[in-house]
Ligand binder design. Structure first.
Ligand SMILES: Cc1cc2nc3c(=O)[nH]c(=O)nc-3n(C[C@H](O)[C@H](O)[C@H](O)COP(=O)(O)OP(=O)(O)OC[C@H]3O[C@@H](n4cnc5c(N)ncnc54)[C@H](O)[C@@H]3O)c2cc1C
Length: 443
């Protein structure tokens, strides 16, 4: 249900007051930030505002969804972000086409210390709700694989859609607004000290995301604030991230950078079948990004190099039918040629198939179906798509995302200890948790 109701005095037009001159516009065009910074932000005068029912920190996927949902219910909502434009991660997502949801979303595709926490929000705001929004804005999309939905044209259309919804609902969005500190006042409200002056609000939503891609505005702000308000923050680490190799694995594979092959990557009782890509620093590709969220230094990582093929049966068949062929020649029929050759240079002694004994064939089959790869680390937050860990969900209500310790304080999106697999699940969590908070915020 959409309502464009605005309260008096909350017009998003530029006001004469110093701190209210950044505004969204319904004529926003793709590629612009959609919000303009206050031109006098650095002036000496500092004003305290009380005009908002809720302030959202973070104009990303979760924050914008929360703001839209609350404003459609008639709340006066302000979104502040320290970056120079909104939705930067949406813009760079999905290779510029934003994998905005996954139609197969279930709680099973999320990592969290409490796997039940995400259930309520995901059940109440499903991929179909977001698809309905996308279709209403006439954004063309397609399914790539396994329920992953991407824009046909550009991620910019998703940001434009969110900003159009903000404008219609009367949400005010301010960019380049740095928050210096947040105080909890005796009456339960929150006072934000920003570079543009002071803001006071009865409800504060933290949607400042995780630590991945610091160059895009990521910061540890949400974690610091959570601790300030007595919340536990579970250890964070990079997820959906390429793995690095050192030592002999690096030496043996480095010059194969660019080679890609289907594998099943396995770690800690979890496996992902998809492509692996050899990179200059290690390994990447969807199967590796997925398994990286389950891997920690020292964990056993195995790759099935012939997923879907019974390696021992295949070797025995070759021994019966192509006895004089060398193993490296035959492996090059089922693996990229250079990769097969490299395997036979360093890990498997290649000879004509007739010369292998049954135990030797079994050993080769074991290696092909469970190749141990010793990763030295990850590429870290610089390239990670997500941050694992974060604000402990035990301190939050799973239906409203509100703090159990501090009424009026909410945490949504990636800052919370809920992390999805690759494939549109992270945006679905951002939309769903943002919608849960936006529905619960008090007028
Ligand atoms: C390269 C890349 C590609 C991705 N592709 C996909 C994809 O296709 N599908 C998918 O589902 N997920 C994808 N993800 C993950 C997805 O982008 C995130 O999970 C999602 O954006 C999280 O939303 P959020 O609103 O919680 O946080 P964010 O989108 O990170 O938004 C947080 C906002 O808070 C602002 N902020 C941070 N600190 C402060 C501060 N101190 N003061 C004020 N503002 C602050 C930031 O500037 C930012 O605008 C991708 C991530 C990356 C890095």
């Amino acid at each position: 249900m959409r309502s464009a109701r605005r309260r008096s005095g909350t017009s998003p037009r530029c006001s004469s007051r110093r701190t209210r001159c950044s505004t969204i516009s319904s004529t926003w065009s793709a590629g612009r930030s959609g919000a303009t910074p206050c031109p006098r932000a650095n002036g000496p005068e500092r004003v305290t505002e009380k005009a908002h029912d809720a302030i959202v920190i973070g104009a990303g996927a979760a924050g914008l969804m929360a703001a839209i949902t609350a404003a459609q219910r008639g709340l006066r909502v302000l979104v502040v972000d320290h970056a120079n434009k909104v939705g930067k991660k949406i813009l760079m997502s999905g290779g510029g086409r934003c994998n905005f949801t996954n139609t197969g979303t279930t709680p099973a595709q999320y990592l969290s210390a409490n796997p039940h926490f995400c259930k309520s929000a995901l059940a109440r705001y499903t991929p179909w709700h977001f698809i309905e929004l996308v279709e209403r804005h006439r954004i063309a999309y397609h399914e790539k694989e396994l329920g992953q939905l991407f824009c046909d044209e550009s991620s910019k259309l998703i940001v434009k859609m969110l900003l159009d919804e903000c404008a219609t609902a009367g949400v005010e969005v301010r960019t380049q607004c740095t928050i210096e500190r947040v105080e909890h006042l005796d009456d339960g409200s929150f006072r934000l000290h920003t570079a543009q002056g002071r803001l006071v609000t009865p409800s504060l939503v933290i949607a400042s995301g995780g630590l991945s891609i610091p160059s895009m505005g990521a910061s540890g702000f949400g974690y610091t604030l959570a601790k300030q308000f007595g919340h536990e923050v579970l250890p964070t680490r990079a997820g959906l991230v390429p793995l690095t190799l050192t030592g002999k694995h690096a030496e043996r594979l480095q010059d194969l950078a660019g080679v890609s092959l289907p594998v099943e990557a396995r770690c800690n009782d979890t496996s992902f079948r998809n492509f692996m890509l050899v990179t200059h620093r290690g390994i990447s590709g969807p199967s590796i990004l997925q398994v990286s969220s389950y891997w920690q230094p020292g964990d056993d990582l195995r790759l099935d190099l012939l997923p879907g093929i019974d390696a021992e049966a295949q070797l025995r068949e070759w021994q019966a039918t192509r006895r004089d062929a060398e193993l490296k020649t035959l492996l090059a029929e089922v693996l990229p040629k250079r990769f097969a050759q490299r395997l036979c240079e360093h890990w498997i002694a290649s000879k004509p198939l007739r010369q292998y004994t049954p135990p030797e064939l079994r050993g080769i089959a074991d290696l092909l179906s469970s190749w141990p790869l010793i990763a030295s680390g990850t590429e870290g937050y610089r390239t990670a798509e997500v941050t694992l860990g974060g604000v402990d969900s035990d301190g939050l209500s799973s239906t409203t995302m509100m703090s159990r310790h501090v009424p009026g304080l909410y945490f949504i999106g990636e800052v919370v200890d809920v992390t999805g697999w690759l494939g549109g699940y992270n945006f679905q969590w951002a939309w769903a948790s943002g919608h849960a908070a936006g529905t619960a915020l008090a007028a």
